[in-house]
Write a protein that binds this ligand. Structure first.
Ligand code: ATP
Length: 362
């Protein structure tokens, strides 16, 4: 069942069009990640859904009701922003209880005490309840902000980059905590982030947003199997999709400034478009191979970065740049020349000008 819909949202700030016909449908109980680069319109989307911004056009529907004319306090949504604006004059306990003492959501003090205690336990901050919020670490403050949103039991939670200010270790522990809390409360969550790994870990579905529009919404595996636009490949994956500039001539797709070419038929191009294209392939589908393997592409190892259990290598091949994770144990050195193989049946072809998919594969 759809709980929340954004229909054709348009919002401009002066000459900047932050939202440009944004469409979104959030299902009951899901975590939907809004993933997009900086300036894509994620915060403006959340603020508009929350009633903190009025759209120039479009509507926000909550449980079938058009809430566009309603103010933030009249909407059953809670927002946790990156800067969590806790009240520094109040204790953690009173910060969490704060919404339940407001005239809109007022509860009696016994109920407030019960809800604060439960949320504090769920977020493992019971021991901090009597502290002032200015005596807390960033991660602790974040937990308090989430607890404060939880006690209201709103219809929808909106989380704006809630983890980005935290270091990697804290972020990972809060991610699993958020997942557990989500399961316990069965809440519907919209989670805005530019961080692919946390979106991938938390979200049931991911809505990719760019230039104030949703480009594609699907599960992560759906996006990987069927990335509808070149921008989808750039936004997801760790590393992201390898994308090669190319052009089509005589029924073949040639990678620019290389000898590498694939037949349009092998790439699933039913019609043979002309002109510039982008050949996309997930790095996991690029195999490091020997120089004598058929179709092998030579490349220079430009950089290697250790990353936990694996290693990411950056390969340069003429004007093309790509990044790929390889096992830590693999012997590959910076400055070395290696070869990789591209399997045309694992590739996606996009129009270079519009970014739209050209191949007929799904
Ligand atoms: P980030 O990941 O950097 O937070 P975002 O995807 O959340 O980015 P928004 O904050 O929604 O993006 O901003 C979308 C666009 O609207 C940006 O170009 C931003 O500069 C602009 N913008 C947002 N709020 C305002 C405002 N109050 N006044 C002027 N411009 C704004």
């Amino acid at each position: 069942m759809t709980v929340l819909q954004a229909l054709g949202l348009v919002k401009s700030f002066g000459v900047i069009r932050a939202l440009d016909g944004l469409e979104l449908a959030v299902r009951e109980g899901e975590v939907l990640a809004l993933l997009g680069p900086t300036g894509a319109g994620k915060t403006t989307t959340l603020r508009t859904i929350a009633g903190l911004e009025t759209p120039d056009e479009g509507r926000v529907i909550l449980d079938g009701e058009d809430v566009t004319p309603l103010g933030a306090r009249e909407r059953d949504v809670a927002v946790v922003f990156e800067r969590f604006n806790l009240l520094s004059t109040l204790s953690v306990r009173d910060n969490i209880a704060f919404p339940l003492r407001s005239p809109v959501y007022r509860q009696d003090e016994d109920e407030i005490e019960r809800r604060v205690a439960t949320a504090a336990t769920d977020l493992r901050i019971d021991h901090l309840l009597d502290r002032n919020t200015d005596q807390l670490s960033g991660g602790e403050r974040q937990r308090v902000a989430i607890a404060r949103a939880l006690v209201r039991r709103p219809r929808v939670f909106l989380l704006d980059e809630p983890l980005s200010a935290l270091d990697l270790k804290l972020r990972e522990s809060l991610q699993s905590e958020l997942k557990r809390v989500h399961e316990a409360y069965g809440a519907t969550v919209v989670y805005a982030s530019h961080d692919f790994p946390s979106a991938a870990m938390l979200a049931d579905r991911i809505a990719l947003i760019e230039n104030g529009r949703v480009v594609q919404v699907d599960t992560l595996s759906g996006l990987i199997a069927d990335p509808s636009a070149a921008t989808v490949g750039r936004l997801i994956g760790s590393p992201a999709m390898a994308q090669f500039a190319g052009h089509i001539a005589d029924g073949q797709l040639h990678l620019d400034e290389t000898e590498v070419a694939f037949s349009c038929d092998a790439l699933g191009l039913e019609t043979h478009p002309r002109g510039s294209v982008i050949l996309g392939v997930w790095p996991e589908d690029l195999a490091i191979c020997g120089a004598d393997s058929t179709g092998s592409v030579p490349a220079l190892v430009w950089a290697t970065d250790f990353r936990g259990a694996d290693r990411v290598i950056e390969l340069h091949c003429g004007p093309h740049r790509l990044r790929k994770a390889v096992p830590r144990s693999m012997s590959v050195r910076q400055g070395e020349r290696i070869h990789f193989a591209i399997r045309p049946e694992r590739c996606f072809v996009y129009d270079a000008a519009t970014g739209r998919r050209q191949d007929a594969r799904s």
